[in-house]
Structure formats: C-alpha cells, structure tokens
Write a protein that binds this ligand. Structure first.
Ligand code: MG
Length: 203
C-alpha cells in the first residue's frame, strides 16, 4: 500500500506558512513504514528540533482505479479515518529553500498516525465533517471538510491521472490552520465530530 498526502488544501493553513493557495493539489507520498497505528507512542526523532502535528481526514481506497472521473470518485473509497501528518518543519524549511523534495521532512518512520476507520455510509455528510486535535487537553486545530480547497472528488480525480489507486491505499487530505510543534511528554488526541479517533503520546 501507499500513502498519498495533500499539501496546502485549506487556505488558512497555506497562509499561516506563507505559501500561495495552489491552483492544483500539492501531492506527496509517504511509504508504508510511516504508519503509526493503534495509539502507539511517537518517538521524537533525533534529526529534527521542530516536529509539527498536522491533523487530517484520511480516505481509505477500496478498489483499483486510474483516470477516475469525478462523478465516480466516491466509489473508490469506503471509509474515513483521522491521521496526523507529522512534519519535521525545520528540515522542510531547508529543503524548500533549496527547491528540493520534502520527503525526508514528511516521510520518516511513524510520521503518519492513523486511527481506526469509520465506514463511509455511517457518515451523514462528508462535505460537512468537522474534526479537531487536542494537545494536552487544549484545542489546537479545528477543521471542516467544507473548507477544503479541493474536495475528495477533486483529489481522487487529480491523483488518479498520475498514480493508480489501489485497494488499501490511504489519502491524507490536508490540514487546516493551527499546526504547531510537539514536545516530548505531549499527548495528542484526535476527534471526528465528537468521536474520539486516536491518542498519541510523544516520547
Ligand atoms: Mg499535511
């Protein structure tokens, strides 16, 4: 399986990092070794002094597809989860400055927290789905899928022009504003609406 992630998909977040609001989705990949499941602890890596959390809605792909038309896109994911796209912001800033790929800042081991999944049919309105992240019990990020620049259909159509989607792939759909640093000892808790999706201890 592969993890496809979307950058700058909420305009308020693009602005907080002084990035332009994109005309096309910004896409990058994480390997399967990035996954951190089942509320396992996140160990702060030695190569960074500025790891940021980014809470994101995650789509689980349920069948293979290429060149997927918008009107059929919803057939290609069957469940929604919540994740964190951990980012080594200091390393990313250096790479961006040099115009180099972001992979080392985004794709390191355990940089992709993932919750259990909710079947899509249990969700009333995917276009109006709120989600949030607490750090040490304080609200730090709050988003709603209605504020995405590119909605789920647009993302699936765009990605599948270039990359074949396969059953089991995950799509991290971008983070709202409010990203920030974590420190050893922090506890991160993710919610979709009022439903607790994951807990992650930073060690
Ligand atoms: Mg992200």
């Amino acid at each position: 399986m592969k993890i496809i992630a979307v950058g700058r998909n909420y305009s308020a977040h693009a602005e907080e990092l002084n990035n332009e609001v994109p005309e096309e989705p910004v896409i990058f990949l994480k390997p399967d070794t990035a996954l951190l499941r089942e509320d396992r602890d996140f160990y702060y890596p030695k190569f960074s002094k500025e790891i940021h959390y980014e809470v994101e809605i995650v789509l689980r792909v349920c069948k293979e597809g290429k060149h997927i038309a918008k009107k059929f896109s919803s057939n290609y994911y069957d469940a929604i989860g919540l994740g964190i796209d951990f980012t080594a912001r200091d390393l990313q800033a250096k790479l961006k400055e040099k115009g180099l790929p972001w992979e080392l800042a985004k794709s390191f081991d355990h940089s992709a927290v993932i919750s259990p999944f909710i079947p899509k049919k249990e969700i009333e309105n995917l276009q109006d789905l709120s989600f949030s992240l607490l750090k040490n019990r304080a609200l730090v990020q709050e988003g709603n899928t209605k504020d995405m620049i590119f909605d789920f259909a647009a993302l699936i159509t765009h990605i599948s022009k270039y990359i074949t989607l396969r059953k089991g792939d995950l799509i991290y759909t971008g983070t709202p504003s409010g990203v920030g640093p974590v420190q050893i000892g922090d506890v991160l808790e993710g919610f979709i609406q009022k439903r607790k999706m994951f807990t992650c201890h930073v060690k």
